[in-house]
Ligand binder design. Sequence first.
Ligand SMILES: [Zn+2]
Length: 173
Amino acid sequence: MATMITSEINESRVKSRALSVLETHRIWQPPVVASRLANAYGFEVISAVFGPENARCVAGYIDVPNKKIVVNAEDTPFRQNFTIAHELGHFLLAHHEDADFVQNYSVMMRNTCAVEPTPMELEANVFADNLLVPAMFYESVLIITLTQRIKSSLVFLECTQGSSVTGGDLSNE
Ligand SMILES: [Zn+2]
């Protein structure tokens, strides 16, 4: 399947892949711990100190044959989580089956160091975004907020009705 990668990214395919991963692992709310998901797909996640030349530019990489994802230990946990999700994305989107990917090896470069990102790199970023903060999380937060508003309105109603009952004439009913 060397011709699998087109010159542009297939955003809906990437989004639905991320969503199916969350569904499979029954993750309905944040936080999404990418290393746990990586473990679930058989990857060992290694936090490593890169050499001075690589530390500045490399956030992490994936070694599919040896089932390893290596992240830059000097990055923040938040950044490492994103890197792991990005690298896992390469695997779950089957980028490793592409000859170019294997040849150029998947090293995640920082924005400041990266040359023009390839479609596969963009896809892995979209995957990571949608894995870590999918739209459904916003929706669930919205539902919780609405539910809380409705509940507090009910409490308010109960209070006002309650006070009118206690303060009013009970013989009305
Ligand atoms: Zn990448």
